[in-house]
Ligand binder design. Sequence first.
Ligand code: APR
Length: 265
Amino acid sequence: MSREQNSLDDYLKKAAMTISQSKHVVALVGAGMSVESGIPPFRGSGGLWTRIGEPPMNGYQRFLADPEAAWKEILNPDDSGPRAEFRQAIEKARPNPGHYALAKFEELGILKYIITQNVDGLHWDAGSKNIAEIHGTRHKVRCIECNLRWMRADFQIRDLPPKCPECGGLIKGDTVSFGEPIPQDVLHTSFRQTQLSDCMLIIGTSALVYPAAGLPSEAKMHGASLIEINTDETPLSPICDIILAGPSGEILPAILEEVSKILNL
Ligand code: APR
C-alpha cells in the first residue's frame, strides 16, 4: 500500500471516529459531489465557468429588468455549447455512491442535515430528507414576492412572465441567480443547522460563494469539527481538522464503512 493510501486510511478512520462521537453532523455540499454523476463542476478542471468564464454577477437584476425575455430564453434555451451540455448532463444525472452514503448516514440518525449549493435534486433522488437547498433547485419555481414554491413540472405557464396564483407576484425558477438574495426560509435553516452542528462535512465545494462558504467558519467558532472531502485544496482547508483528498463518491462510502464498524452496525 502506498504512503498516500496509508495516510488516507488513517484519516478515514479519524474522520469516522469524529463522526461517530458527534451529536449533530451537518454536511455542506458543492458541485464536486455531483461530478461522479456526470455533472461538470463550475470551477477547476472541466468547470463550466472555467470553460465560458464566470457569469455576470447581476443575473437577478437582468431578470427583473425584462422577465418576459428571460422566460422566453428559459423556455427555448440554445441547444448547443457548454451551457447546453451542462443542462443535458444535469437532466440525465443520477445519484452516485456519495449521495447514497449521505442518505444512509441520515437513516442511521448520524447526519442531521444537508446544506447543498447544488440545484440538481440528487440528494432527494438518493433518499435524503433533511435538505436545505441554499441556492434553490432547478425542479421548482418560486414567487419572488411571497416565496411560495411549486414543482416546475406541475406549474402551468399560461402567460409570460408567469405570475403567482396566490399574490400576483413574479414567478421565477427557484434556482438562486447571482445578485439574488437567498430566500429567508432556506437561509434561516442553513444558519440554524450550522449553529447546531458539532461536526460539519465540507464536500466538493470551492468555498468561494457566500453565504454558503462562510458557514464552516461559523461552525468552527462554536467548536465544531470540520472534515473536508475534496479532490483539491480550498480556502477552507487551513481551518479544517481533517482533510480527505479524493472523490466524494469513493470517500463517503469508505467513511460509512468505517463508522459502521465503530458502531457495530
Ligand atoms: N469529489 C470531491 N470534490 C470534487 C470532485 C469530486 N469528485 N470533483 C471536483 N471537486 C471539487 C473541486 O476541487 C472544487 O473544489 O469540487 C469543488 C467544485 O467547486 P465549484 O465548481 O466552484 O462548485 P461550488 O463550490 O458548489 O460552487 C458554488 O458557485 O456558480 C455558483 O451557484 C453556483 O452553487 C454554485 C456556487
